[in-house]
Design a protein around this ligand. Sequence first.
Ligand SMILES: [Zn+2]
Length: 432
Amino acid sequence: MALSRRFTKFTRRQLLAAAAGVLSACRREPDAAVSPAVDPAKEWLLSPGSAAPDWSLLDPFQESITRADFERGMLEVLSNGALWQQVEVLDTEARIRMSTPQLNGPRYTLRFAAPGRPATRGTRYWRTLGELPPLSDSTKPLSDLHIVLDPGHIGGAWAQMEERWFQPPNAPAVKEGELSLRAARALAPMLEALGARVSHTRTRPEPATGIRPGQLLAEARESLLQDRKPADEEEIRREAERLFYRAHEIRGRGTLVNETLRPDLVICLHFNADGSWGRPENPILSPRNHLHILAHGCIGPDEAMLDDQRLEGLLRLVQHTPDTELPLCSAVAKRMRESTGLPPYHYFGGNARLVPGETYVWTRNLLANRIYRCPVIFCEPYVMNNEETIARFTAGDYEGLADVAGVVRPSIFREYASGVAKGLRDYFSARI
Ligand SMILES: [Zn+2]
C-alpha cells in the first residue's frame, strides 16, 4: 500500500510527505487550504531528499509536443488545475516557473511542436509499442522488452521501522515488503516465458539504497526545525527513519532505474490495506477486499509548488509517457480484475482521480511513479488486513490449485502475477 497513518493536522513536514505520495487517500483532508511554507531566501522549494531540479533535462524535448497535446495532458492527466498557476501557455510555447521561492525569477521556455509533426524521442530511454522491433514469434509478445519489477517497501528487519507489518491472530506476521517480493518471484518467470528481459530493484528484504537512517540525522533536525517541532533525540531518530524509507530508499531505486537499468517499463508491486490496521500487535481486520491500479498524475496544489515535482511531472508529459502508461494500466487492470475477481477500490479525496472510462485505474502522484522516467504500472490488489487474504498469505505459494479458506484456487502470488502477465501480453500483442 502507498499509505501512512496517524496524521490529522498538516504541518510542513506532513505536507511534504503528502507531496511524496505517502499519505493515505482516506486520511488526507481533501479541502484543506494549506500550502508549503515558502522562504524567499531559498533557491528552491523541494520534496524531501530531492536534488536541485535540472531544468535543462527538458532541453532535448523542445518542439516535441504540440500545444493541444500539452494542454490536454496538463488538464486530463498531470494536474486537476493546480499546475496551471505555475505554467503560462502561449500560442507557440509554455513558460514554466522554475523556482517557487524565486517568484519573479526566470521562466523555462518550452517551445511547442507544429501540429501534425511526429513526436521526437529526445533523450527518452524507453520505447513505445511502435518503436519496438516487429514480433517474430507471436507466442513471445514481450520479446525485446526490458521490464523492471519494483517490489514495494523493504520487509525483513526493516518492516517494523517502515510500519508495513502487523501480527494477525493465529497466523504468521504480515510484512508487505516480503509479500511484494514473493509476487515479484512469481511474476518474473511468467514475463520471461513471454519473451521479456526482467530486472529487479531488489531481490531480498533489504534496502536498495546504501544510505542508512544514521546518516540522515542532520536532515532530520532541519526537517523538524522547519516544522518548529521540539527536536529531542528520539524524535530526530524517528524523523531520520521516515526520511530513509519514504524518500531516500525510493530515490535510490529511481537512480537505479533511470541511470543503470533504463527499462521500457516498471511494475511496482504492492498489497493494499483497508483503512488503518491500528496497533500492529493487535490489528483491526476488515471485511473488505479490493483492487486498483495507479498511473501517474493528479498533482495537487501543494505538490505543484514543489520545484522538483513540477519538473518531473512535465518531463513525463513531454516524453508522452501517459500515452503508453494509461493503456498499459488499463490492460493490466482488466486482466487482474478477471484473475482476482476483486471489486474496485474508490478514493474519496482530492489526491487521486479516476481515469475516464475506467473503474479500476486511477491517477495519483506518488514518488515512485513520478521519478521513474518510463511508463509505470503501480499495482494495489488485495487488502492485507482482510481475513481471507491473511489465510491465503498463510497458505503461501504453491503450484496448481488448492482449497484455501473454502475456495479452490491458485496461490495469491500466482493469481496476482498471472493477471499482470496477461495484461502485458494483451497490450504488447498489438505489435506487428
Ligand atoms: Zn505498499
